[in-house]
Each structure stands twice: as C-alpha cells, then as structure tokens.
Write a protein that binds this ligand. Structure first.
Ligand code: 13P
Length: 250
C-alpha cells in the first residue's frame, strides 16, 4: 500500500516570521495525520521552518534546486545547500517554473538527477495546459514529461520519486480536474512508469494530484484509487485549511 503524501507549495508567500507563525499553528492540527506532511517554502524561510518543525511530523521542502554542485549560477541553490539547511523534499519542474523561468524537460531531468544524487526526495511536477488537453495531447504529454524527467535514474531511485500531476489549467484558477479526470491521467502516468520500470515500481511510486485542491474537494480526489496525495498551493497558506486537507480521512 502506498502511504499518501500531502505537500503544501507556498510559492512566493510568507516572510520568515509569517512562516514560523503558520507552522506553529499547523503543528498541533496535523500531529495525528495518517499521511506524510510536507511544506515547500521559500528559501528565506528554511531556517525558521526547520526550527519550528523540530519534534513534529511536518517535513521541510524546497521549491526548486539547481543541477550543478556549485559555481557561477547567480541566484540559484545547490542540492547540498538545501540539505545543509534541513531540506528533505524538493519540488522540481513546477509548471510556473516551466512557464515563467524557461524550465525545460531537459533541465528538469538535470535537476532531478542532482537532487536524487544528493539524497533529496523529489516531487516531480508534470501536467498539460488547457490547449493541450483540448487537443487531446494530455496522455502523450504527461507520459513524455515523466519519462524524460526520470531518465538516468536507477529503478530504485525512480520508485522513491513522488510525481505531482498538476493540470496547468487547474492551478490557482479554482477549476479542479474532476475526480475521474485526475484519476485517469494519474493512471496514465503510473502505467507509463510501469511499462518502463516494471509493474512493481509502477505500483509503488506515489503520484499526487495538484490544482485547486482544498478542504472541499480533497475527499473525493483522495477516494480515487490512483491518487496518492496532493500538492496544495492556495489552501496551504492558512493552517486551518491545510490541516483539513491533511486530515481528509478524519
Ligand atoms: P493551487 O492549489 O493554488 O491551485 O496551486 C496548485 C499548485 O500549483 C501546487 O504546486
């Protein structure tokens, strides 16, 4: 059985003081969670959040990582830097990075390899935009994004990657994929992994849904057999909302 994982993606929100306050409020609310709980925060908040989550079941994540070990990459952070700051998880290939910051399938793959080599747990984002869905390319596109991103990893490394299926048209729009749509596309991703890496790994790999997931729709989505968790944007910025998502089974 796959253990569900609910991760917050705070995006470009929260100063260190705000981050600390949010995590302190969140801690008691999620302490009995049956799923893995992660908050992916801006780098300036690593220290505050890493301190505040001590002794709790909340894990620290980052929102990006560079592929080089060090060097002349102004503004970037290496996997070892993240590790040293107490980061355990890292989101890679978020559609906002692909859309606004020139991220490509190739650089996503480079970042995935560097993160895995450093021992970070990867949350790999894939997903189609509205035009691609309407044109009928969703399945081919998510399969391609998944295979390229995982290229070069060992089978065991692939099994530990977490994939987040985030249809771009559902992010921050209030539009959610229907439970069935999300389940179906996540099934496509799982079968793609199974075909390339074997049935056992296809069965083991955890795949989240992301895109306007919130306390209201979480139960329906999580009831779907293929969906192993969520990557939550807006609803992760308030402790009561995020805790309701985390405690979807309660
Ligand atoms: P929203 O939950 O705000 O739609 O964001 C989803 C997302 O992009 C998480 O990475």
């Amino acid at each position: 059985m796959r253990k569900p994982i609910i991760a917050g993606n705070w995006k470009m929100n929260k100063t260190p003081a705000e981050a600390e306050a949010l995590v302190k409020e969140l801690k008691p609310l999620v302490k009995d969670a049956a799923c893995d709980v992660v908050v992916c925060v801006p780098a300036v908040d690593f220290a505050a959040v890493s301190n505040a989550i001590q002794g709790s079941n909340i894990h620290l994540g980052a929102q990006n990582v560079h592929f080089a070990a060090s060097g002349a990459y102004t503004g970037e952070l290496s996997a070892d830097m993240l590790k040293a700051a107490g980061v355990e998880y890292v989101i890679i290939g978020h559609s906002e990075r692909r859309q606004y910051f020139g991220e490509t399938d190739k650089t996503v793959n480079q970042r995935v390899r560097a993160a895995v080599a450093a021992g970070l747990k990867v949350i790999l984002c894939v997903g189609e935009n509205k035009e691609e869905r309407e044109a009928g390319y969703t399945d081919a596109l998510v399969a391609y994004q998944t295979l390229i991103a995982l290229n070069g990893l060992t089978d065991a490394e692939v099994a530990d990657v977490i994939i987040a299926y985030e249809p771009v048209w559902a992010i921050g729009t209030g539009l959610t994929a229907t439970d069935e749509q999300a389940n179906e596309t996540i099934g496509v991703i799982r079968r793609t992994v199974a075909q390339k890496y074997g049935a056992e790994i296809g069965d083991k790999i955890r795949i989240q849904y992301g895109g306007s997931m919130n306390p209201k729709n979480v139960k329906g989505l999580m009831a779907q057999p293929e969906i192993d968790g969520g990557l939550i944007g807006g609803a992760s910025l308030k402790a009561p909302d995020f805790s309701l998502v985390v405690n979807y089974d309660k």
